[in-house]
Design a binder for this molecule. Structure first.
Ligand code: F6R
Length: 619
């Protein structure tokens, strides 16, 4: 949440910062602002609303020249999305500017103290008090070394909560100082220029060389130098990495929406998520699996954690893990996990699924698990992010950047990573024969083509979106792995089309939700493959009949050639035949397309739905 960019180099900072913000806007779009160190003072501009409001205002105002600057795009926490609450925030004398991502929990007491000390607050934000705390530290400067970094280290030690802070000060020109605790911050290392950002997308068109900033660290970037220290002033240990995708990957490439592009990219993303998973000896290898075979053999229980779409991927992972690896597995919402007093031992393996690797609910959940001595394995997309850094092992998705707020290609590649991990566990623990694993891998390798086939046949889904765009409510039903797909379809429709949408396990219908069925209500049903799951298939056909008897309009996703279910479908969406456990990879796609189309028809911003942000770095 909130996108942050800082720059020190020889280019005009404003252009670099605005370009970075345009790539980070998916993190929050309630307001945007910039500040540039210019001729011994700070020039700044900020506007409520999307970045476009700020860029239009900048076109009409005098230029902000200077080669050191910062910028921010906001997802509001403290205070409404207004001009005064937009970042950057300045101190009383306008000597420094600061931007922030996160929540400062001891906000009220610090604000009272600052007010009592005569500071004038002009916003409702928690961020502004950091500007005033830095002001006091800089005023006391001579006692220390008078540097902004020293002031920042000292202020950070007074803050409770989560934060990434980035600041500039006229009294310490040439440097941009960043700090982080439980919120993301990376450095981009260029030639004679350096960057600070919430994620690498901000500087990818300038450099691919990056450095992870650790927990409780301060980074100082100058044109030719990067220095990292811990909050206590000791040298900070960091890890360099190279970004493995290009700037073009973060462009729309002719698509109207990033989401549409990311849906279309799924066959390739699924294929790439499988690359390099098999060694020369035919055995599965996982890139950053830092857990030994012995440790994995000692696991007696698995808990999969995630939020939103990642949680749905986790629900599907449970089926694969229990079926293939024969390890008892449960799935929990990361946001609920640590408050449920979970039983965790050193034989429990916790698997955290997160596209961004920064979701605070998930990060806090894995910290809790680590404190109880459980092993943590993460399934993440963004390299250099907090969750993989704090895990005992990582399976990366290799999906490239996902910019649209609604997750699509990350979901499919999370599923691939879960399947591969389940097979890996089966291999290590001997719960499957090598030829069975090889066959399952062959099925996975066929999935990019199957997803492609689904995408080529989206005509009926688009037609259905046009027909249903005016509806107020849509229900989604599924059984077995089709149930999480139903939940995912409903989530996509809610977040993009702002429509009331609910997913149910089809068998639960008669225990209450069937009361919602009324004539004409659209109900989407994910049908299991008839040959491989005959019992469940028959049951879902009965469920469909029950809702049709009450007037529902049935939209049935079913395997091509499924003649048993076809007569009960008002709209039939055919899926290519795939093994039952892998069906979510093909069944989720029409639901993504449906939600994207409905939102587009309704005139919503598909990539930046209201109230949401891509990377949820507050609890
Ligand atoms: C829905 C969506 C969210 C995320 C959730 C977790 O389309 O994108 O539900 O899946 O916020 O995010 P990550 O995977 O980054 O932890």
């Amino acid at each position: 949440m909130c996108g942050i960019v800082g720059y020190a180099g020889d280019r005009q900072a404003l252009g670099v910062v605005l370009e970075g913000l345009s790539r980070l806007e998916y993190r929050g779009y309630d307001s945007a602002g910039v500040a540039v160190l210019t001729e011994g003072k700070i020039a700044w501009a900020k506007r409520a609303g999307k970045l476009g409001n700020l860029t239009s205002a900048l076109k009409e105002s005098p230029p902000l020249p200077g080669t050191v600057g910062l910028g921010h795009t906001r997802w509001a926490t403290h205070g409404a999305p207004t001009d005064p609450n937009a970042h950057p925030h300045t101190d009383c004398d306008g000597n420094l500017a600061v931007v922030h991502n996160g929540i400062i929990e001891n906000f009220a007491e610090l604000r009272d103290e600052l007010k009592a000390g005569g500071h004038l607050m002009t916003s409702e934000t928690d961020t502004e008090l950091v500007a005033h705390l830095l002001e006091d530290e800089m005023a006391a400067g001579p006692a220390e070394d008078g540097s902004l970094a020293t002031a920042m280290r000292s202020v950070c030690q007074r803050l409770d909560g989560t934060f990434t802070l980035v600041a500039v000060d006229v009294r310490d020109p040439g440097v941009v100082v960043g700090a982080r605790r439980n919120s993301p911050l990376v450095v981009g290392r260029g030639d004679g220029e350096n960057f600070l950002a919430s994620d690498v997308a901000a500087f990818i068109s300038f450099t691919k060389d990056a450095t992870e900033i650790g927990q409780n660290q301060v980074a100082e970037i100058r044109a030719g130098e990067v220095t990292v220290t811990n909050f206590d002033g000791s040298p900070g240990a960091v890890r360099d990495f190279t970004v493995d995708w290009d700037a073009e990957a973060a462009e729309k490439a002719g698509f109207k929406w990033f989401m549409a592009k990311e849906i279309a990219e799924q066959p390739r993303a699924v294929a790439e998520a499988l690359v390099g998973r098999v060694g020369k000896d035919g055995r599965l290898v996982l890139d950053e699996m830092r857990l030994s075979d012995e440790e994995l053999r000692s696991v007696d229980r698995i808990v999969v954690l995630g939020c939103g779409t990642a949680y749905h991927a986790g629900m599907i992972a449970k089926y694969a893990i229990e079926h293939w690896a024969k390890i008892p597995c449960e799935v929990a919402l990361a946001s609920e996990f640590r408050y449920s007093d979970p039983i965790l031992t050193k034989s429990t393996l916790v698997i955290a699924i997160s596209q961004s690797g920064e979701t605070l609910d998930t990060l806090m959940a894995i910290r809790h698990a680590s404190e109880q001595h459980s092993r943590v394995l993460s399934i993440c997309n963004v390299k250099g992010s907090s969750i993989p850094r704090e895990s005992d092992g990582v399976v990366y998705l290799h999906a490239g950047p996902e910019i649209a707020v609604a997750s699509t290609k990350a979901f499919l590649t999370q599923l691939i990573a879960c399947y591969v991990l389940a097979l890996y566990l089966a291999q290590v623990r001997g719960s499957m024969y090598p030829d069975e694993i090889a066959m399952a891998l062959d099925h996975l390798r066929a999935m990019p083509n199957a997803v492609e086939e689904v995408l080529e046949r989206m005509g009926p889904v688009r037609a259905m979106a046009r027909e249903l765009a005016g509806e107020r409510c849509v229900l989604f039903l599924g059984r077995h792995v089709g149930f999480p797909v139903a939940l995912e379809g409903a989530l996509k429709l809610k977040e993009l089309a702002y429509m009331h949408a609910e997913g149910f396990a089809a068998g639960e219908l008669k225990h209450g939700p069937i009361a919602l069925i009324e004539p004409g209500l659209p109900v989407v049903i994910v049908t299991p493959p008839p040959a491989d799951m005959p019992v469940l298939h028959d049951k879902i056909v009965s469920n469909i009949q029950e809702i049709r008897a009450r007037g529902a309009r049935t939209i049935v996703l079913a395997e091509r050639g499924d003649e048993k279910v076809a007569p009960y479908a008002d709209t039939l969406i055919e899926l290519p035949p795939v093994p039952p456990l892998l069906q979510p990879l093909v069944a989720a796609v029409p639901l993504q397309v449906f939600a994207c189309e409905v939102a587009d028809i309704q005139g919503h911003d598909v990539d930046q739905p209201r109230n949401l942000a891509k990377s949820v770095t507050v609890e």
